[in-house]
Design a protein around this ligand. Structure first.
Ligand code: NOJ
Length: 574
């Protein structure tokens, strides 16, 4: 047996770094509850369904499960419009189901992360109903403004030109109160007013409530939108011709996004989490979702005086990697992230979520899998969106079947540009009827027809499959110390091959990762300066790879399939 293969079999879990927290060592896996598993027959996924599949997480090697919102909601934005922050929506189950989920996770050593939606509530939330009626203390829980005037047909004119993310004005008129309210998303999602300290306290209490109920942390939704400029000026045009006048992209969001005051709110939420961590005696995580520039992204970690999130999601691979990126381009994307990352801050890599076209759809199956390999082996936490472990593809959804408000508001001609339905279709468990997702006969979104061949059960049975590769990645992340804390060095080989190592001193396995950015086979010298040993051991890689697991690989001549990746274990030179 080769020395490096033997190293791998030594029982590497024992070598894992005990100093790291659970969210640093394990994969964080996003469950989109409506689409994960239906425990009943209504064709909508729910908590009993998730409970049925808890062993899937364990078998897959996932450590932390982040649930998109399961709270009470009229579902105008499929749960991101919360009408009671302390209740489970009946579509998803009951509080007893939630309690059972917590217990089921605990019994398996899994962590449970909830989605906290601070920017807005539902328009059916009791606070909003009372705010409309000017009932104190709720009168100023939301952002209310008088009309700018009355138009020729007698209708009130919105206070300014601000637009909703989903298209159309960000203001909706309320007869009862004779004012407009602000909603940066759907009209059913009024923005909470964080200039009101009572709102901050309400939201802090909600964090405490769920931590007391057993949550291990939160993903905070849409945080760049938490504050707006208090003087409510018009936003300037973006002059981007690809957006119509009522589409969000037609303006530059300099007064509704990334306002300097919002970061202290984030630091305040972190204080609440930290206080609870001390009180509960278990380690918690706070991650934030912020689509913004890299400078602003880093502010979410903290400002030197205050700590912020454990990490803001790193969307750099989503924003900057495409099928034309070459090796130098990818090196730039990655080094740019590390150049901005504050010292001591923990990184993470995201390639998909319920708001982004699936990675396999963006890049094709081979390169999609390569991107997943990158997300798991680059330094920091790997974040996975459900379905990525089997390389699920986007599903074509007709206008008639479109339900996402972002698609619906764009209308029949343009819905496909904005709809997030294609990445939200039911998880493909098996080739059984309804892909094993529901015992019912309909589903809330169509199941991708490819489920007959592309499903978890088939991939478990196959000798080589995306799922088998994914399991190797989660095992590496959990068990190989080099993947957790190894020194990260990018290699410059040629314009078509991106490569890096995660290296630890000789005696423990180090990891070499190569990605072919080109559409043709590449045979590359991965060791031009002889800084690596001559031979390594193939660990995993793309489906078309010429290598099999544990095969010896000459590092001076590594074969990479088109758009494929290879992960090679080696023993660093002494
Ligand atoms: C971000 C969420 O991920 C998305 O699905 C939602 O529509 C908006 N925030 C509004 O909550």
């Amino acid at each position: 047996m080769k020395a490096t293969a033997a190293l791998l079999l030594l029982g590497l879990a024992a070598l894992a770094d005990a100093q790291l927290d659970w969210w640093q060592k394990s994969v964080i896996y996003q469950v989109y509850p409506r689409s994960f598993k239906d425990g009943g027959t209504d064709g909508i996924g729910d908590i009993p369904g998730i409970i049925e599949k808890l062993d899937h997480f364990v078998e897959t090697g996932i450590g932390g499960v982040w649930l998109s919102p399961v709270f009470k909601s009229p579902m105008k934005d499929f749960g991101y419009d919360v009408s009671d922050f302390r209740e489970i929506d009946p579509i998803f189950g009951t509080m007893a189901d939630f309690d059972a989920l917590v217990l089921g996770c605990r019994a398996r050593g899994l962590k449970l992360i909830l989605d906290f939606v601070p920017n807005h509530s539902s328009d059916e939330h009791d606070w909003f109903i009372r705010s409309k009626a000017r009932e104190d203390p709720y009168t100023d829980y939301y952002t209310w403004k008088d009309p700018a005037g009355i138009n020729a047909s007698g209708s009130p004119i919105p206070p300014n030109n601000w637009l909703s993310n989903f298209g159309g004005p960000a203001w909706t008129w309320v007869e009862e109160r004779q004012q407009f309210y602000l909603h940066q998303f759907h009209a059913g999602q009024p923005d909470l007013n964080y200039r009101n300290p009572l709102v901050v306290e309400e939201m802090n209490d909600i964090l405490r409530f769920w931590l007391d109920k057993g949550a291990d942390g939160f993903r905070l939704d849409a945080v760049p939108h938490l504050m707006e400029d208090q003087t409510f000026p018009d936003e300037p045009p973006s002059n981007d011709p690809s957006y119509g006048p009522d589409q969000w992209g037609s303006l530059l969001h300099i007064y509704t996004k990334d306002q300097p005051e919002l970061y202290s709110l984030i630091y305040g939420f972190r204080d609440v989490v930290d206080q609870k961590q001390g009180e509960l005696g278990r380690s918690l995580v706070m991650m934030v979702e912020a689509y913004t520039n890299i400078t602003n992204t880093m502010l979410y970690y903290g400002n030197g005086t205050h700590v912020g999130a454990h990490f803001p999601f790193n969307f750099e691979l989503i924003n900057n990697l495409n099928n034309n990126t070459d090796a130098a381009g990818l090196r730039n994307v990655i080094s740019n992230w590390f150049n901005y990352l504050p010292s001591g801050a923990w990184s993470n890599w995201v390639v998909g979520n319920h708001d982004q076209p699936r990675v396999a759809g963006r890049f094709g199956n081979e390169f999609g899998l390569s991107a997943i390999i990158l997300s798991q082996l680059l330094p920091g936490t790997g974040v996975t969106y459900n379905g990525e472990e089997i390389n699920m593809e986007n599903t074509f959804i007709s206008w008639e079947d479109t339900v996402d408000p972002s698609g619906c508001q764009a209308g029949p001609d343009e819905y496909w540009r904005f709809s997030r339905d294609p990445e939200r279709t039911p998880f493909q468990w098996s080739a059984d009827s309804m892909a094993g997702f529901t015992a019912g006969s309909t589903t809330w979104l169509p199941i991708n027809e490819n489920y007959v061949t592309l499903n978890l059960e088939a991939q478990k049975a196959a000798a080589v499959s995306p799922y088998k590769v994914y399991q190797k990645l989660t095992a590496a992340r959990r068990d190989i110390i080099a993947v957790q804390t190894g020194e990260f060095k990018m290699l410059t080989l040629n314009s078509n091959v991106f490569a890096f190592v995660r290296e630890v001193p000789s005696g423990n396995p180090s990891v070499l990762v190569l990605v072919n950015m080109d559409n043709f086979v590449q045979v590359v010298d991965a060791n031009p300066s002889s800084t690596l040993p001559a031979i390594g051991t193939y660990y995993t890689g793309s489906l078309e790879s010429v290598y099999v697991e544990n095969e010896e690989v000459s590092l001076s001549s590594v074969n990479l399939s088109p758009r494929g990746a290879a992960v090679i274990i080696y023993d660093a030179l002494a």
